[in-house]
Design a binder for this molecule. Structure first.
Ligand SMILES: [Cu+2]
Length: 320
């Protein structure tokens, strides 16, 4: 169809045809761009929820043979994942390869370029404290900082029991990695001691997801040194992988101490150098990957000996 009006000078349609072709070309190009380049919106519903947490559910340190009683039970408040509008509680992580029920809180996943929207509600009827969520590694406006700053911060930093707040975050080019989030309200210190922390796992824009992803959070809990809120082999997470799979470990520390992550029988590359240990300080985190090639049952643990003795030890099982 030429569409040229009668009496219009010849060639007057050419700019329109050119424009039409350009628009068509743009549409084709848009359709060809992989969806990861556009950036998705990831929405999470999270509640600060009272729970009773047992740090040593089997009541013993299987290595030294020590037995424990009720001192391992801790009434506390943790971050839990919910369905839309906090209708129903969910397991914190639906993925079987991430051990995360109550401590740490839900593993929040995104890619560089995504918007992350976290709807938070405070259900703390146990201590009746205000709480918040503060996120590392991502960009946001001050109203999504979640950190109590006298005279400056707003409701984001002191979400009172029964109230809600929505945190709006963006995963930028520097956000790829594993990052902590935690309570940063005036109750921060009690909350962190009780397990109110979790992780953000952010992939690069086109980075393939690993076959297995493990989250390890070193933190003191009660009188113990814990991995994901649990102490001693038999209570700490048992991570599993198969030979040939890509395995990603996400490691972070919460609290006032440094920890040294170590996994037996494995190494990973960091700037071209092989490592099998790495130290993390408070709120620091790192991730690494390798292709699994070592079948067997292995230890992973914090290498600070006093911490090992107080529970920071776990098992990693690799099958053929
Ligand atoms: Cu340690």
């Amino acid at each position: 169809m030429t569409g040229r009006k009668r009496g219009a000078p010849a060639g007057a349609d050419a700019p329109h045809r050119l424009l039409g072709a350009s628009v068509l070309m743009l549409c084709v190009l848009w359709a060809c761009i992989p969806s990861t380049a556009v950036g998705a919106t990831r929405e999470y519903w999270i509640g600060a929820t009272p729970t009773t947490w047992n740090i040593v559910p089997n009541g013993r340190d299987a290595v030294l043979g020590t037995r424990y009683g009720n001192e391992t039970i801790l009434p506390t408040v943790t971050y839990r994942r919910y369905t839309r509008n906090w209708k129903r509680l969910l397991r914190n992580s639906p993925a079987e390869n991430v051990d995360s029920d109550r401590i740490p809180g839900p593993l929040l996943r995104a890619r560089v370029g995504d918007r992350i929207i976290v709807h938070f509600k405070n259900f703390d009827t146990l201590f009746d404290r205000a709480h918040s969520m503060h996120f590392h590694g991502v960009s946001y406006k001050p109203s999504s900082d979640g950190a109590y700053l006298p005279g400056f911060s707003g409701r984001d930093a002191e979400v009172k029991p029964g109230q809600t707040w929505t945190y709006r975050l963006r995963a930028g080019p520097q956000s790829a990695g594993f990052w902590p989030y935690h309570d940063h309200s005036t109750a921060m210190h009690e909350s962190l001691a009780g397990g109110m922390y979790g992780g953000l796992s952010i992939l690069g824009r086109r980075e393939p997801a690993p076959d297995r992803e493990f989250a390890v959070v070193f933190a003191p809990t009660g009188d113990f040194q814990t991995i994901n809120g649990h102490a001693f082999v038999g209570n700490t997470p048992v991570f599993r992988a198969r030979v040939g799979e890509t395995v990603q470990w996400n490691v972070m520390a919460i609290g006032s101490e440094h920890h040294t992550f170590h996994v037996h029988g494995h190494r990973w590359l960091e700037n071209g150098t092989a490592r099998d240990t790495r130290t993390v300080g408070p709120a620091e985190s790192f991730r690494f990957r390798y292709r699994e090639d070592a079948p067997g049952t292995w230890y992973y643990h914090c290498h600070v000996e006093d911490h090992m003795e107080r529970g920071m030890v776990g098992i990693y099982q690799v099958s053929r």
